[in-house]
Design a binder for this molecule. Structure first.
Ligand SMILES: Nc1ncnc2c1ncn2[C@@H]1O[C@H](COP(=O)(O)OP(=O)(O)OP(=O)(O)O)[C@@H](O)[C@H]1O
Ligand SMILES: [Mg+2]
Length: 455
């Protein structure tokens, strides 16, 4: 696809000359005759580079530059200006212009070089971002230093290298998909495909073709042959997500492949063998689904060779500080904000919440905090304002329905945090003041997810 250049100038003939020169080089060209139109096109079209006059009647180039920075910070903008007013040029660069061309543009070479450089920079940036993302995904780093998550990681480590089918159960947002990917990444199949199929989202009439593929002309609309998910995953892992919502017709078909290891494409004559490891996940109680007659028992036993359960976040609140800190750092980077941190009270407030949406809910909340809070430190009041379920620490904690051990844990957390604060995070002094062994205090802090303190 050719790159798109937006040419902005209020003079029609300049627009035309520049457009022609760029088109002849193979670029797709869009034009705008003023600042407002330019902003609209930048917002609406896949513009890759902008070449723009500074002096325009409605909204001048510098203003456009400034606003475009806010919506498309990475978009390279080349500014053109008449009489080399050094101040204008300086302001333009300060506002992030990529390059500057002096008008009239008599040599079209200069224009082409500026555009080419701008595109090179842009593609380098995109490549970098993609690499960073890939590295982030490749690590598949699940967070969780607490005992519940450590048990989970240990189970994943032991299960992954085997060929055993895995059934992952857990509430929404507890990381089931991350576990499935981690199993694949740690298995011998890691260099082969990981294919995901959401069993709840396949239209009834497409089940067979989705699973097994079809030959060309197998049914109306089958204009080309297509490989099904089992075939796509050959040699690798097939992740059957939301398996508890698999329609009965699909259950029968999946069972057959799992039993026989063979399949035929829809409309195909040939029997294909496939070597696929199936990892399934559900937030439903599959055994109850079996009892209710909604899920085939024979399929359940075939899928559930190794059961893995992802714990609810309320059962490992000790990991909240680390999760929140990581999500905050990521959110700041993604939204182009300066690094922020969570205040001690803010973390404690996060730990008073029960997180029915689990890690996903925490991640979304932290992203909101990163976008909406100003200042480098997020406080407890920011958390409470955005999370009605959370309470400020040190408030009235005797809420109805809280289990005794939860209240004790909360009280302990507050006592330890307050004591640390009073002793400038010096653990030895804090332990002495509380009448505890230093090692005991350390253990307590770890259990409560408190990470601070100097010797
Ligand atoms: N231990 C963890 N460390 C880091 N991120 C996590 C962890 N657990 C979950 N997440 C993040 O939380 C979000 C939800 O995770 P995931 O999609 O794996 O959950 P799920 O159990 O499949 O949820 P659902 O049942 O709603 O599909 C994702 O953004 C994921 O990256
Ligand atoms: Mg999921």
């Amino acid at each position: 696809m050719p790159a798109t250049v937006l040419v902005v100038d209020d003079e029609r003939n300049i627009q035309l000359t520049l457009s022609r020169a760029l088109s002849m080089e193979g670029y797709a060209v869009e034009t705008a005759s003023g600042g407002r139109e330019a902003l609209e096109k930048i917002a609406a079209l896949p513009v890759d580079v902008v070449v723009m006059d500074v002096r325009m009647p409605d909204l001048d180039g510098l203003a456009v530059l400034q606003r475009a920075r806010e919506t498309r910070p990475e978009l390279p903008i080349v500014i053109m200006s008449g009489h080399g007013s050094i101040d204008t040029v300086r302001s333009a660069f300060k506002l992030g212009a990529f390059d500057y061309l002096e008008k009239p543009i008599t040599e079209k070479e200069k224009l082409l070089v500026a555009v080419k450089n701008a595109l090179a920079l842009e593609s380098l940036r995109a490549e970098n971002a993609a690499l960073r993302r890939a590295a982030g995904q490749g690590q598949l780093e699940m967070i969780g230093g607490g005992p519940a998550m450590q048990r989970l990681f240990d189970l994943v480590r032991r299960t992954a290298p085997s060929e055993g089918r895995v059934l992952i159960t857990g509430e929404n947002g507890t990381g089931k998909e991350l576990v499935a990917r981690a199993i694949h990444e740690q298995s011998r199949r890691r260099d082969r495909p990981f294919v995901k199929l959401n069993c709840a989202a396949v239209p009834a009439e497409l089940i067979e073709s989705e699973l097994f593929g079809h030959e060309r002309g197998a049914f109306t609309g089958a204009v080309a042959a297509r490989r099904g998910r089992f075939e796509q995953a050959d040699g690798g892992t097939l992740f059957l997500d939301e398996v508890g919502d698999m329609p009965a017709a699909m259950q029968a078909k999946v069972l057959r492949v799992l039993q026989e290891g063979e399949l035929e494409r829809v409309g195909g004559q040939q029997t294909l063998r496939c070597d696929v490891r199936v990892v399934a996940a559900t937030n439903k109680d599959l055994q109850a689904e079996v009892a209710a007659g909604r899920f085939r028992e024979d399929l359940y036993y075939r899928l559930n060779v190794v059961p893995i359960h992802t714990p609810a976040l309320r059962d490992h609140k000790e990991d909240v500080p680390e999760l929140a800190a990581r999500f905050l750092a990521e959110a700041c980077e993604r939204n182009g904000r300066r690094a922020m941190r969570l205040g001690r009270d803010a973390v404690a407030a996060l730990q008073t919440h029960d997180w029915p949406g689990n890690v996903r809910e925490l991640r979304n909340l932290v992203e909101r905090l990163a976008i909406l809070c100003d200042g480098p430190e997020i406080g407890a009041e920011d958390v409470v304002a955005m999370l009605p379920g959370a309470r400020r620490p040190r408030g009235d904690r005797l809420r109805a329905g809280a289990a005794f051990h939860e209240l004790v844990e909360e009280a302990e957390r507050e006592i330890v945090l307050a004591a640390l604060e009073a002793h400038q995070d010096n653990v030895s002094d804090t332990a002495r003041a509380l009448g505890l062994e230093r090692s005991h205090l350390y253990k307590k802090m770890r259990a409560l997810g408190i990470k601070r303190g100097a010797e």
